[in-house]
Design a protein around this ligand. Sequence first.
Ligand SMILES: Cc1cc(OCc2c(-c3c(Cl)cncc3Cl)noc2C(C)C)ccc1-c1ccc2c(C(=O)O)cn(C)c2c1
Length: 233
Amino acid sequence: KEKVEITKEQKALTKVIVEAYNRHQIPQDVAKKLLQDQYSVEENFLLLTEMATSQVQVIVEFTKSIPGFLSLDHEDQIALLKGSAVEAMFLRSAQVFSKKMPNGHNGILEERIRKSGISEEFITPMFNFYKSIIGLHMSLEEQALLTAITILTPDRPYVKDHQAVEKLQEPMLDVLRKVCVLQHPQEPQYFARLLGRLTELRTLTHYHAEMLTSWRMNDHKFTPLLCEIWDVQ
Ligand SMILES: Cc1cc(OCc2c(-c3c(Cl)cncc3Cl)noc2C(C)C)ccc1-c1ccc2c(C(=O)O)cn(C)c2c1
């Protein structure tokens, strides 16, 4: 039986990532807007656009707290954020549905997402992904580390210095593997299952690009920040 030991450095790295993950959350007043009583497709789209805009800011702040990220080439920093924002948002919105986020107002959020002009062909894979994430019962450390690993994916479009990104991602993968063994001793394949979610995330990103196109065809407007990070308009 392999004795898994988390080193002092790995404990420190995990602490930094979890604290950053906890520190940056959607502000209460934005989340509270979910409770307002208009449920039109227009109203839902506007609310979700506000959530997404706020969530992008949360992800940018979280990313800046990842040790070493700000020392990367500046254009690579942008390429990593643009390439991973949607995936980080799917991971985070999935946590909201896993009842880990009391202010997610899950039933309301699901209702608004289902009625925001997203076609059924994208709703199904989206909620299947949420179910698969919920089923993993991820700990906070696993959620935070998996989000950092997603952001530090070296093979995003336009990343020049792959090596430098790999050097940041590898220690995260090492400590996530150990955390999974320690927190899910009965499930030796748990780490592999987590990484399998990242593959499913890639397909969601593809669907998301089509969601954006269909919203735009119906003349839906996004905020400047979303236009910038998603290269729309
Ligand atoms: C739940 C959601 C949706 C969202 O984006 C909404 C969208 C998406 C889209 C879709 Cl529907 C699903 N997953 C990912 C994408 Cl990115 N695609 O386009 C849009 C807008 C522009 C219409 C952005 C952010 C949240 C979100 C995240 C975290 C929390 C949170 C907490 O952490 O405590 C509390 N609340 C209420 C949250 C809401």
